[in-house]
Ligand binder design. Structure first.
Ligand code: MTE
Ligand code: MO
Length: 389
């Protein structure tokens, strides 16, 4: 009869493993796992998280206006700047976050793991903060890389996790502030290594900013090797977010039976052919496409003012809003809403031309919306219907 050695009973194995873990902190010998490095990185992260939060909320509420507030249509480039700060600033924060986690991770092995209820609460808070921050960065980077590896709607998850993360951040910062203040106010005993480490981290952030900023700031476009979209690259010199093929509109957009209909709260429905649209007064506007994913590019548009079309259809009143509908059948970006400030703006066009020629199919042929200070997702392409609300 073969007898196997009995496994060590759990009563012995568990304490032995815990004791081994408890010895681990002795291995963290680098001087950089220290309070001073953690304090400086923490302050930089605090500023950067709050800036991402503010610009993120702005972008969210531009796309989902709360009802009691309407976004101004000027300055023309406002959204372009805030969203550039959000995405490019977010990318530049990655080295800070990694450095901070590396600096403080020995605390994971703190012994005993829980000293009191307060201590437990604090550790849970840090867990929420770290988990939330990693979630925002990982999904954010995957999203701008068009790699939808996750199964949940990115914008909803990104929006709600932002509140949780910033909530945890504020409590954490309030709790750590006295210590941070003490640490940065006292003169360091020896600065060797620490300064070099912090400069290296700052340098890494700077390099990331430099090789992505060109996606929004065209003088740096050639440097933007990390950016998924670059100004100047694409049909008519403009990047394309979703192509006509991907939107399933190649046939309907080229169909000679295409008509533009203006309907809803109007005197009479207005139905126009493409030639009819071209026969109306044409206006030009130099306006950017400013994608929520951070890239943006200026372009020269030409077409009919949205407000002229409404006037022609006899829209009921001055405070009307308009739903712009695309030929695209599905997807959340097939329609967008234009509120009065943008509707009244003379720069808001139903564009027919881009860079002096008819719109490329991928840029929204036969016509697309283009308005100032507005997220790219709301610049609806392949328009066929305007509904006055
Ligand atoms: N119908 C429709 N319009 C759309 C989209 C879309 O998916 N469907 N994408 C939007 C997004 S996310 C952006 S950034 C701009 C990009 O315009 P462009 O491809 O002409 O540069 O178009 C917008 N218009
Ligand atoms: Mo976009």
């Amino acid at each position: 009869m073969v007898r196997r050695a009995a496994p060590p009973p759990l009563t012995r194995a568990v304490p032995a493993a815990l004791a081994a873990l408890a010895r681990l902190p002795g291995r963290f010998t680098s001087r950089l796992h220290d309070e001073r490095v953690a304090a400086w990185l923490g302050m930089a992260l605090g500023v950067s998280f709050l800036s991402a939060f503010a610009t993120g909320l702005l972008s969210h509420f531009m796309q989902h206006p709360p009802g009691w507030a309407q976004w101004p249509s000027r300055p023309v480039n406002l959204y372009r700047v805030t969203q550039g700060v959000h995405v490019i600033g977010g990318l530049a924060t990655v080295p800070l976050l990694l450095a901070k986690l590396w600096t403080v991770y020995p605390k994971l092995w703190q012994w005993p793991p829980l000293r009191s209820a307060r201590h437990a609460a604090r550790r849970v808070l840090v867990l929420v903060l770290v988990g939330g921050a990693l979630f925002q960065f990982v999904t954010g980077v995957l999203n701008i890389a068009y790699w939808y590896a996750f199964r949940f709607p990115f914008t909803t998850a990104h929006y709600w996790t932002a509140y949780i993360t910033v909530g945890a951040l504020l409590i954490h910062a309030a709790y750590q502030w006295p210590k941070v203040r003490r640490t940065v106010m006292t003169r360091p005993q020896d600065a060797v290594g620490r300064r070099a480490f912090l400069l290296t981290v700052a340098g890494a952030s700077g390099v990331i900013a430099a090789v992505t900023a060109g996606e929004a700031f065209s003088p740096l476009a050639r440097l933007a090797v990390l950016a998924p979209r670059r100004p100047g690259l694409g049909p008519q010199g403009l990047p394309v977010n979703k192509s006509a093929a991907a939107a399933g509109v190649t046939a309907t957009a080229r169909d000679p039976r295409w008509r533009l209909t203006v309907t809803g709260r109007v005197r009479d429905d207005l139905v126009l052919t493409l030639d009819g649209l071209r026969a109306l007064p044409q206006h030009t506007a130099r306006l950017p496409i400013a994608c929520v994913e951070g890239w943006s590019a200026d372009a020269d548009w030409r077409g009919v003012r949205l407000r002229d079309l409404l006037a022609l259809a006899g829209a009921a009143d001055d405070d009307a809003a308009v739903r712009v509908e695309s030929l695209q059948r599905g997807g959340i970006y097939r329609t967008s809403r234009v509120d009065p400030p943008h509707l009244r703006d003379p720069l808001t066009l139903l564009a027919l031309d881009l860079a002096g020629e008819p719109l490329d199919l991928d840029h929204g042929y036969p016509c697309r919306l283009i308005a100032p200070n507005r997220p790219g997702v709301m610049q609806t392409k392949w328009v066929h219907r305007l509904v006055v609300l």
